[in-house]
Design a protein around this ligand. Structure first.
Ligand code: R5P
Length: 292
């Protein structure tokens, strides 16, 4: 039997997954001691069960909580403990750009690999690493958002042309374009700092196409904002922006609309008001394959 345990903040994902798997959802008791340390209790029979922890890793470090829940589940006799992280953090620092920097993608993967037995995530930010296997030593599987995004574009946007704002976005843009049979182009991004990017000019003519900017993450929004400026300067219609992971480190919408975008929609890997694209089916398929 499979038991799904919701890490706080990811209750909807846990319910969506449990419904699709025909599993039970357990909400753990979690609170802080007065000194800030974390108390964890799972009031359920987990003996010999497959346990699936569900927790997106945005907005701070959820690792300790996941480690405590995994440890508790094992102590209660779980057969295996897997993690569904709809958004998987710590993948962008996958190399040392300056002397002395920590390669946190590697350290985080090592910690996680010694904590859970398997991992499922949605479209992780693989850039210089072409597979999670380079850093994770446990079995991993990737659920793809491409079909859900393509379904959204087909039903909401007439005559789309897909645009990726930087070289690594080709993996997401090409996958969506293949499903919705739309043309696409990929721009070039130069990053000078966390909030300082420049993006190359796109090429028209637009022939009545609506540009759809697609990226995996929107964080400060500077990538989407600068790409929008370039599209509008090149004479395009207002682009629709689509991101898989709604990280939103900054409030983005006003600046994006002032830059000339129609608006932004996101997949529901991280709960946010812009979530319009559900990826629960894809996650459930990946978990089913993992559970066997
Ligand atoms: C990195 O290159 C990613 O694919 C995104 O383009 C990036 O994380 C977006 O960050 P921001 O919203 O801060 O420009």
């Amino acid at each position: 039997m499979t038991v799904v345990i919701a890490v706080p903040g990811t209750e909807k994902h846990a319910r969506d997954l449990a419904t699709r798997l025909g599993a039970t959802v357990v909400t753990p008791e979690i609170r802080q001691f007065p000194d800030g340390e974390v108390y964890v209790r799972i009031d359920a029979d987990l003996a010999n069960h497959e346990v699936v922890l569900v927790g997106s890793m945005h907005g701070g470090d959820k690792f300790l909580l996941i480690a405590f829940l995994a440890g508790t589940a094992r102590d209660l006799g779980a057969r295996r403990v897997g993690l569904v992280a709809p958004y998987l953090a710590y993948l962008r620092q996958d190399t040392r750009f300056k002397a002395g920097e920590g390669v946190t993608a590697t350290y985080f993967a090592r910690l996680m690999s010694s904590t859970v037995d398997w991992l499922v995530t949605v479209d992780p930010h693989l850039h210089r690493l072409d597979s999670l296997d380079h850093v994770y030593s446990i079995p991993t599987a990737i659920a793809r958002a491409a079909t859900s995004i393509a379904t959204y574009i087909t039903s909401e946007i007439e005559h789309p042309i897909l645009v990726g704002p930087d070289a690594e976005s080709v993996q997401w843009v090409a996958a969506v374009a293949a499903v919705c049979k739309a043309p696409y182009q990929i721009l070039e991004k130069t990053r000078r700092g966390d909030r300082d990017v420049s993006i190359s000019a796109p090429s028209g003519p637009w022939n009545g196409h609506t540009p759809v900017l697609i990226d995996d993450i929107v964080s400060t929004g500077k990538t989407m904002i600068e790409a929008t400026r370039q599209l509008r300067a090149a004479g395009s219609a207002p682009p629709v922006c689509i991101a898989i992971h709604a990280v939103f480190a900054d409030a983005v919408n006003d600046e994006l609309v002032s830059a000339g975008a129609k608006g932004i929609v996101t997949c529901d890997t991280i709960p946010h008001v812009t979530n319009k694209i559900c990826v629960a089916d894809s996650i459930a398929d990946a978990v089913r394959a993992r559970l066997g």
